[in-house]
Design a protein around this ligand. Structure first.
Ligand SMILES: Cc1cc2nc3c(=O)[nH]c(=O)nc-3n(C[C@H](O)[C@H](O)[C@H](O)COP(=O)(O)O)c2cc1C
Length: 159
C-alpha cells in the first residue's frame, strides 16, 4: 500500500504532543535550534532520549557535528517562540534570552523544562536522522505545557 504523505501528516496530527525547541552549538560556536515534537524518552538506565531532525533543516548538519543537544520544553505562553524556531534559517536566537547549558548547547530561559544530552548514536531514518542522546542534566519547573494537535497550538483545558 502506498502511503500518501499528506494523509500520513493528517492521521499523525491526531497524536497530541508537547512542543520543544531542540538546540545545539556548531563547532564554530554558532547556535542552532528548531521547533520539534518528534522526540521520545527511550531508557531510564542508562538515561536516553531521541530526537528526529529533518535532513533538509538548516540545523541538521550542526546536530551531526556538535555531538550535543538540549531539549527545551515549551510552556503554554511560548507559541511565538515555537513559531520563531519553526522558520528555517536566520538568527533565531537574537533577542531571545538564553545561556550556555552544561554541554555547551544553548538553553532557553524561562521554559518549562530542559534536558541536556550528549549524542551516543545517529541513525539514518528516511528523510530524518534520529539522534539518540544520553542525558547529562535535566530540570523542570511548574507550569502548563504548550500542546500541538491536528496542526494547531493548543492549551490544556481542564473540565
Ligand atoms: C509543532 C512543530 C513540530 C515540529 N517538529 C519537528 C521535528 O520533530 N523535527 C524536525 O526536523 N522538524 C520539526 N518541525 C519543523 C521545523 O521546526 C522547521 O522545519 C524549522 O524551520 C527547521 O529550522 P532550520 O531549517 O532553521 O533548522 C516542527 C515544526 C512544528 C511547528
Amino acid at each position: 500500500m502506498t502511503i500518501d504523505r499528506s494523509e500520513l501528516r493528517r492521521v499523525m496530527g491526531h497524536f497530541a504532543t508537547g512542543v520543544t525547541v531542540i538546540t545545539t552549538r556548531d563547532v564554530d560556536g554558532r547556535p542552532y535550534g528548531l521547533t520539534a515534537n518528534a522526540l521520545c524518552s527511550v531508557s531510564l538506565e542508562p538515561p536516553l532520549l531521541l530526537v528526529c531532525v529533518d535532513k533538509r533543516a538548516e540545523s541538521h548538519p550542526a546536530f551531526g557535528r556538535s555531538g550535543v543537544f538540549a531539549v527545551n520544553i515549551l510552556g503554554h505562553g511560548h507559541e511565538e517562540l515555537s513559531r520563531r524556531f519553526a522558520v528555517s534559517g536566520g538568527d533565531k536566537f537574537a533577542e531571545i534570552s538564553h545561556r550556555d547549558g552544561r554541554t555547551g548547547a544553548p538553553v532557553l530561559d524561562d521554559v518549562l523544562g530542559v534536558v541536556e544530552c550528549r549524542v551516543v548514536a545517529a541513525h539514518d531514518a528516511g528523510d530524518h536522522t534520529i539522534y539518540l542522546g544520553e542525558i547529562e542534566h535535566l530540570d523542570a519547573t511548574e507550569g502548563d505545557p504548550l500542546l500541538f494537535f491536528r496542526g494547531k497550538y493548543r492549551k490544556l483545558s481542564e473540565p
